[in-house]
Design a protein around this ligand. Structure first.
Ligand SMILES: [Zn+2]
Ligand SMILES: [Zn+2]
Length: 247
């Protein structure tokens, strides 16, 4: 639907794609040359860009474990990309989701296949916040992934019951405190999904992976719910458009 309403734009420079360029490529040829794609070496757990090859995991993943199994991202969240993500989130550049969908398949297609997920779940936004903003950019990205992979997208599986204050700048303990009980699972949806998909493999998608606290909290909520319902371990994978660089 989006494609009829909005011309395709390159998310990085925000220009409408020139007619001679294939917009399905996702990023214009000029920007592609300098695009900060997350490249090898990256953290084997969360997908964060590593600066040196001496470690397998980033400093964060060496310190603590995550409830999800594997995480990947497309781009390094540098100054340029910050502006791009700001437009995606706040300036209603929802059409960027198409480019991100195309790039996800191009850059992380093999990883996506390996995860063998049967359901896509975007990190939810609190309903009041979504009303205010008009849309949840993670949902738009998830919808594009559904279109391109055929994996069902279910934005109603997890709800955000409590709006959290900005997590930026908070210590890990405080972030956890903020996020405790912030999410819940729609049981009916989950039961329906589990009837046909066991063991459960779910792909969480978000726009930006920073500390991982939010992805952890949502993954844990899902894992605990599935354990309650059928006493099985669920496998959660996480895909984000942008991620940080290892400190
Ligand atoms: Zn561009
Ligand atoms: Zn990591």
């Amino acid at each position: 639907m989006l494609s009829f309403l909005y011309p395709a734009r390159c998310p990085r420079c925000d220009r409408v794609f020139p007619l001679w360029e294939d917009a399905s490529e996702g990023i214009c040829s000029e920007c592609k040359k300098t695009l900060p794609i997350v490249k090898d070496p990256f953290c084997m757990k969360c997908g964060r860009q590593l600066l040196k090859r001496d470690e397998e995991y980033c400093s964060d993943c060496r310190k603590r474990s995550h409830p999800y199994e594997s995480g990947r991202a497309l781009f390094v969240y540098d100054e340029d990309m910050k502006q791009m993500m700001y437009r995606f989130k706040y300036s209603a550049r929802r059409e960027y989701a198409r480019s991100f969908g195309a790039m996800a398949l191009e850059l992380r297609g093999a990883w996506l296949k390996e995860q063998r997920c049967e359901l896509i779940v975007p990190i939810p936004m609190h309903p009041a916040k979504k009303r205010r903003r008009g849309y949840n950019q993670a949902e738009d990205f998830a919808a594009e992934l559904e279109k391109r992979t055929g994996i069902r997208n279910c934005p109603s599986l997890v709800r955000r019951d409590r709006d959290t204050k900005a997590l930026k700048g908070l210590a890990e303990k405080e972030r956890k405190e903020q996020l405790r009980g912030a999410f819940s699972v729609d049981q009916e949806e989950m039961v329906r999904f589990l009837k046909e998909n066991r063991p459960a493999r779910i792909l969480l998608v978000d726009d930006i992976y920073t500390t991982g606290s939010t992805a952890d909290a949502v993954a844990l909520t899902i894992i605990e719910e599935i354990r309650k319902l059928c006493n099985e371990d669920a496998k959660i994978s996480v895909l984000a458009v942008c991620t940080g660089e290892d400190a």
